[in-house]
Design a protein around this ligand. Sequence first.
Ligand code: NI
Length: 168
Amino acid sequence: MTKLKIRKYGEPILRKKTNIIPEVNEDIKRFVCDMLETMYAYSGVGLAASQVGVLVRLCVIDVSQDQKSPIFMINPKIISGRDRVFAIEGCLSLPGFYENVKRLDKVIAEYTNIEGKKKEIRAEGILAKVIQHEVDHLDAKIFIDYLPEWKRKTIEKEIKRKKKMDMW
Ligand code: NI
């Protein structure tokens, strides 16, 4: 397995649309393993393929305490949801920034698993939030897009400052 490079906010690839995966082949399986290793290495709870520079609709998620319950979602799609609530969110592409984001507390999503089988998941709480966050990445959306403009501008300014100091 290989640890992959995580793309940070500001890199154009994070704003590109991802492509449907037509079939789960060996390359995809290998890539999923690398993504999982990368996510665990950075203590993340979710990672989308575009965050490591690959434009395919795929994400890995693990919200368990011991990081032993990964979910591999190929071509994930949220089909329904309810109860919007605020919760603190962060992102491996935006290290150091945590903000309150309003999202659905319960969702039903469908996806293809690593064996190529169609699956449906009913999620709530953190898992529901992470699924929405990762599917957003696959649609070129980042969680700070939900913030008021002044707040987003403040974060972007801070990132610019970090870039100048070679800290981004
Ligand atoms: Ni993220």
